[in-house]
Design a protein around this ligand. Structure first.
Ligand code: SAM
Length: 360
């Protein structure tokens, strides 16, 4: 190890102890988008006919991703989640997983996927060292899947969940965005599915994330309504204590079934949010709702010695995290006459606003 690397290590080590933002939130979780492409067109996430995509030359290669993740873990990140877009569309993702799994500072290495390609990749991902999988599953009805996602593939998603179990994954979660009048009649079906398949179901409130141009408050099926629906069917539900930084509150049914609710719209978790997001082209966002991000790709490709680049990025990220005050979802909640977050023409001018680019 060279002198510069030693200096950089020492500096980041001391920074990592101090690395809290202005509201005392640690830099602990990184959502790593590996592609902005998706093989579904979910109405609540990608409702448009056409999209502008990130430029292929700008996509970080695996070496660049690993270099950035090493910097983030040196600064305090302990949980890394691969996402997108649809992360399994990124070729050789298991190779990236293997590289990341070699980083001893990562305590939780997870993947969020729509499950379409999971059956064919589950084994390789498990062997490569991926810890956990979360699959998006909004419906158990194939025809509803088609109308929600505008693509076929429901059977493949279910096969993907089964394949993950066979491959050796445990702790698999299934996330369902519940939208009024669309799938709010499926909550008990999803609970039964979770029980039968050893999967913890999490119900997610419909959020006005960037990209959800069809969002309106009237379609939000709130946590209060979700709990009332499930209590009518199953009887008493008890709230469990949750890990302080997790977005989901967890609940217990009388038969021992545990499920989660992510109420980011009616009860945002900004006060505990320790996440930041890195896009596939190296833009770093400190909040899902941030208007601007920080271009780390240009620094990475800036042409200085590797250690010097790492030190510069670490300083920049450390300082920006230190100054972080974002509470995007709370500000959205406080807005009167709340409607879609970003107008359509803004997305067309810059794909970085999109949820599928920022990494959901
Ligand atoms: N393609 C992967 C998948 O489907 O899981 C990863 C990316 S996707 C953007 C990540 C998660 O964001 C999915 O679970 C999706 O349901 C969620 N999501 C997207 N738009 C949302 C919205 N408007 N409200 C709530 N959740 C949303």
């Amino acid at each position: 190890m060279g002198v510069a690397a030693l200096n950089w290590d020492a500096r980041t080590h001391s920074l990592s102890h101090a690395l809290r933002d202005e509201l005392g939130r640690p830099l602990a979780s990184l959502r790593l988008s590996v592609t902005d492409r998706c093989n579904l067109r979910c109405s609540y996430c990608m409702p448009e006919e056409h999209y502008r995509w990130l430029s292929q030359d700008h996509l970080l290669n695996f070496d660049e991703v690993v270099r950035l993740v090493d910097i983030f873990t040196a600064l305090g990140v302990r949980r890394v989640r691969l996402t997108g877009g649809e992360p399994l569309l990124r070729r050789d993702l298991d190779r990236l997983v293997r590289l990341l799994a070699a980083n001893p500072l990562i305590e939780d290495l997870a993947l969020t996927t729509n499950g379409i390609l999971l059956a064919e990749h589950a084994k390789a991902l498990h062997c490569a060292g991926l810890h956990r999988v979360t699959v998006s599953l909004d419906t158990l009805r194939p025809e509803r899947f088609l109308s929600l996602t505008r693509r076929n593939g429901h059977t493949r998603v279910l096969e993907g969940i089964a394949a993950a179990r066979r491959a050796g994954f445990s702790g698999t979660k299934a996330d369902a965005v519940i939208i009024r009048g669309i799938n709010d009649d499926e909550m008990s079906g999803l609970i039964e599915f979770g029980r039968a398949n050893d999967v913890e179901v999490r119900f997610v409130e419909y959020m006005d994330v960037p990209g959800a141009t069809k969002w309106n408050m009237g379609n939000v099926f709130s946590r209060v309504e979700m709990l009332a629906t499930l209590e009518r069917r199953y009887g008493k539900i008890t709230a469990l204590g949750s890990d302080s930084s997790a977005p989901a509150s967890r609940f217990l049914m009388s038969d021992g079934t545990v499920f989660g609710i992510i109420a980011s719209t009616t009860d945002p978790f900004c006060a505990r949010c320790d996440r930041s997001r890195l896009t596939a082209d190296g833009m770093w966002y400190r909040c899902l709702y941030a208007v601007g991000g920080t271009d780390l790709r240009s620094l990475l490709r800036g042409g200085a010695p590797r250690d010097e680049i790492a030190a510069r990025i670490a300083d920049l990220v450390g300082n920006l995290w230190h100054a972080r005050r974002d509470r995007g979802a709370e500000h959205r909640k406080a807005e009167h006459g709340r409607s879609a977050f970003v107008p359509l023409d803004t997305f067309l001018s810059d794909p970085h606003f999109e949820m599928h680019t920022r990494g959901g």
